[in-house]
Write a new protein. Sequence first.
Length: 204
Amino acid sequence: MSGNSAAADGGCIHADTASLTNSTVSGNDAANADDEVHAPANNLAGGNILGTNVFQGNVDVGDTTAVQVFAATVNIGGSVLAGVLADNGSPVQTIALKRTLLNPALDASSGAAPANDARGEARVDWQSVANGNGSAADLGAFELQNKAPSITSDAGGAAAAVSVAENSMAVTTAVALDQDGDAVSFSLAGGADAALFAMPRPAP
């Protein structure tokens, strides 16, 4: 929940009691007090990410900004940055998570999280991120995906193939695309003549 504002207290939530589980609440604005949540009795069970100055009783439980969590932010006024709601591939709009293993929303949900996000995407267990609340699910409606790269050269995909004459010095130039923008690397695997081939990296 991000990008909301209020003319009084509680930019995102204003209620007698707020019960939140596996939610992200950051990047909201209130004219008076409590930019994120204004509720005398907060029940913040399970995994949550809460913007700055959110209290449960007398304990400040909010210390995360929208910039830390969301892939893109926009200024909604008064230098308040909010996550950008967009079409990320589903019937409902979602706010994409920032692609960094330092994102506190990754693998931070409790066991109560659904098996798929709001887009229908399956949960991804990032092996280098601890499942601090007992689940591999990311917080909120958007699960950050790590999709495999695809070969685009030599007909592309699983059909990619090349045939060259015996004793040729050059075979092909391998090209691949990673949908997530990650770096792509290549290696030779298997085959009786694998030791006869080399895969040099092109000059930068």
